[in-house]
Ligand binder design. Structure first.
Ligand code: SAH
Ligand code: SF4
Length: 357
């Protein structure tokens, strides 16, 4: 049997895994064992599943597969961040990034996951947006990024450190809410206490403003953090930066966010890119205060990571602090995102599928 014709076990939930083992005329508990091997031990070779009988290992190897994406390249930054280039079954390539939570290398990591190959929104400041859109990722390919990165960490670090991917952010390539069903499936798989067991509150989904997806998400009863990429507080500028704003302008997006807050009771984060000479005037600060003050919200300022070939510039530090101060004086709960991974092009907005660096 050609390996791609084999049954893909990555992406099955516990129930589906048990059903599959029952189909192979094996007892249900074998499903639980395989499930643990895959999701808790990042194991993709049936022969290594040492508590299964040899005959079952052989049978599984003949009929099934676990396609954790292959890591083609790995770059390690000065601050300990790691960027992985991974290859999917159809040879398409994606990037995901591990970011240490502090400069102390022993700290735990935040993993930044991709949800699409490329991105259809095509924001004019973002490297991913320049590479066009190829396809949505399946839940197993999203989870595969977690398992693939964890496997690499295990190889390279002592086991006491290797355990620690403590937070997940859906902020890699793509617009997560345009791949809604598979993203939500992947969240449930990350969260499953019998598998990966990562708390919902440790998961953040970032969206460029897909209002229809925000409405659906409000109904899911998942305790994750929603982050909205705002970047401009009037439609004229936002239309230019994020083309999706023409479909969901601020007067459509904001009621959806307000409903989300009312339904979930959760604090939302607004991400605001700092683009020199574009969106950082005193007037921009006033507009933001007016728009966000009434909401239960955090504001996270992201100094722009410059992309070769794109016209946008990162502002000087003094300008960043000035803008921060205006917002703080206006009563917003604001923070500045610490830059990580920029020396290996692993920072926000720097991921691509056409890997040439
Ligand atoms: N598509 C989603 C999630 C991925 S992008 C979204 O847009 O929200 C994650 C964050 O990185 C977004 O806030 C995005 O606007 C920001 N970003 C994109 N390009 C960037 C760049 N060059 N420098 C800094 N942040 C960038
Ligand atoms: Fe897509 Fe987000 Fe990049 Fe915009 S910023 S092109 S929505 S990945």
């Amino acid at each position: 049997m050609n390996s791609l014709e084999k049954k893909q076990l990555l992406g099955l939930d516990l129930n589906q895994m048990e059903e599959y083992l029952l189909c192979l005329e094996e007892p249900r508990f074998r499903g639980r064992q395989v499930y643990k091997w895959i999701y808790q031990k990042e194991c993709s070779s049936f022969y290594e599943m040492s508590d299964l009988p040899r005959s079952l290992r052989k049978k599984l190897d003949e009929k099934a597969r676990v396609s954790i994406p292959r890591v083609l390249k790995q770059r390690v930054g000065k601050d300990g961040s790691r960027k992985f280039l991974m290859e999917l079954d159809d040879k398409k390539k994606i990037e995901c990034v591990l970011l240490p939570q502090s400069r102390d290398r022993k700290s735990s990591y935040t993993l930044c996951l991709s949800t699409q190959v490329g991105c259809p929104i095509a924001c004019n400041f973002c490297a991913t947006g320049q590479s066009g859109f190829q396809r949505n990722l399946k839940a197993f390919e999203i989870i595969g990024q977690y398992l693939g990165s964890k496997k690499e960490l295990n190889k390279r670090l002592k086991s006491s450190q290797a355990e620690l991917i403590s937070n997940i952010v859906y902020m890699g390539m793509g617009e997560p809410l345009l791949n809604y069903d598979e993203v939500i499936r992947s969240v449930h798989m990350l969260n499953d206490p019998r598998g990966i067991n990562l708390g919902q509150r440790r998961i953040t989904i970032s969206t460029s403003g897909e209002a229809a997806g925000i409405k659906k998400l409000a109904q899911e009863n998942i305790q994750l953090t929603l982050a909205i990429s705002l970047h401009a507080c009037d439609n004229t500028l936002r239309d230019q930066l994020i083309p999706l704003n023409r479909k969901y302008p601020l007067e459509v997006l904001f009621p959806a966010v307000e409903d989300y807050i009312a339904i979930t009771g959760r604090r939302v984060t607004f991400e605001y890119l700092l683009l020199d000479e574009v969106n950082m005037s005193r007037n921009d600060a006033h507009k933001m205060i007016k728009l966000l003050k009434p909401l239960l919200a955090n504001v996270n300022l992201i100094p722009y990571n410059e992309i070769e070939g794109l016209p946008f510039k990162k502002p000087e530090t003094a300008k960043i602090w000035q803008f921060y101060q205006w917002l703080q004086d206006g009563g917003l709960n604001v923070s500045i995102r610490e830059e990580r991974g920029s020396d290996i092009n692993a920072a926000c907005g720097q991921l691509r599928s056409d890997y040439r660096r």
